[in-house]
Design a protein around this ligand. Structure first.
Ligand SMILES: *Cc1c(COP(=O)(O)O)cnc(C)c1O
Length: 368
């Protein structure tokens, strides 16, 4: 079956930028600034501004940025971190890489984010941090989490890997908590031509230590104050991301336009659409719908050449790699139901009205 609407069309994003990106790549080749360097510094400065943060620190992936966030909190074996079971697994890697234990709290049913009303009950004397995710680009409700963090003296790390430019009560997400991690994996709202990530923070000391940890724990060459990593961002990615960053706001507007058209066209259908909280400025990294006959709907759409995907069909608390945490089916019912019923529809800024209507018509014609 020929594809009529792709799930994501990265080539459409690249086409108009191709020349500018090639020129920038040429400059990096001329300068030979391949690891960190001036292009990464320029991007860090611009990305910090975009996030309304004092500091942005470039990484070689979002996973590395999250790992360093966990190191910055000095997490160690025996520590507990409250987090969401319904996300990409890298959120939890950050915790387990330090030897700390993820404590999963169920999500809320509206925006698929960690449910702040259930967090308090999960706090113990060992709790050191809360790591929520702004999933699919919809910000989680940070104020109640920040209130708990202040009162209980625990840290808040935002996993903003899917939420570049999303707003919570008018503020860009990322630096609202102590630290925020971003991914620039190619399919993210802002994507590199390869792997990259960033941490943002308003805390000068955390930023300084983050720069050291990503660079072998050495604030100056060959002096290693603590065990660090080679997690540096590459110059080519800095140059490319700096070009793409200028288009991010318009791309996010494009994603919101697609979401709004879906909302209008799919109004009368027995399908649960994502909703927006009144305080949220979401950026629709993905558009997840829910249907009790999800697998049949997926087959139906694929038979018409429409790209759609299962996302997180096994929540993290039921993953084999975390069997040692001893969760069982039924422990986190909303995450499990969302995992069973969720289907991501095509979503990208360049989607045409015709493509949107093709998807909507196909869904309309799904029997049942
Ligand atoms: C993509 C993603 C990550 C990991 O980022 P990489 O750049 O792929 O390492 C972490 N958390 C979430 C929620 C993500 O979507």
């Amino acid at each position: 079956m020929k594809q009529t609407v792709p799930f994501l069309d990265l080539a459409a994003q690249m086409r108009p930028l191709r020349q500018e990106i090639e020129t920038a790549i040429g400059q990096v080749l001329d300068e030979c600034s391949f690891c960190l360097g001036p292009r990464v510094e320029a991007f860090e400065k611009h990305f910090a501004e975009f996030c309304g943060a004092r500091h942005a620190i470039g990484f070689n992936s979002g996973t590395s940025a999250l790992h360093v966030a966990a190191r910055l909190l000095d997490l160690k074996p025996g520590d507990e971190v409250i987090t969401t079971p319904y996300t990409f697994i890298a959120t939890s890697w950050a915790i387990v890489y330090t030897g700390a234990t993820p404590v999963y709290v169920d999500i809320e049913d509206q925006h698929f984010n960690l449910d702040p009303t259930k967090v308090e009950a999960a706090i113990t004397p060992r709790t050191r941090a809360i790591i929520p995710v702004h999933l699919f680009g919809h910000p989680c409700d940070l104020d109640p989490l920040l209130e708990i963090c202040r009162r209980r003296r625990v840290a808040l790390v935002e996993d903003a890997a899917q939420a570049h430019g999303a707003r919570y009560k008018g503020r860009p997400v990322g630096a609202i908590g102590d630290l925020g991690a971003f991914s620039f994996y190619p399919s993210k709202n802002l994507g590199a031509c390869g792997e990259a990530g960033a941490l943002v923070t308003n805390d000068d000391a955390l930023a300084k230590r983050a720069r050291s940890l990503r660079n072998h724990g050495s604030p100056v060459p060959y002096a290693h104050e603590e065990i660090g990593y080679n997690y540096r961002m590459e110059g080519l990615h800095g140059a490319i991301l700096d070009i793409k960053l200028k288009h991010l706001a318009a791309w996010n507007t494009g994603r919101r336009r697609v979401a709004q058209r879906y909302q209008e066209l799919l109004k009368n259908i027995a399908l649960r659409l994502p909703s927006e909280a009144p305080w949220a400025g979401p950026v629709y990294h993905l558009y997840l719908v829910r249907h009790p006959r999800r697998d049949a709907l997926k087959q139906h759409l694929e038979s018409r050449g429409i790209g759609c995907r299962l996302i997180y069909q096994t929540p993290l608390h039921l993953q084999k790699c975390f069997a040692g945490l001893n969760y069982k089916p039924g422990d986190l019912p909303i995450a499990e139901k969302t995992a069973a019923e969720g289907l991501a529809l095509p979503m990208f800024p360049e989607m045409t009205e015709e493509q949107i209507q093709t998807v909507a018509t196909a869904i309309q014609e799904f029997p049942g």
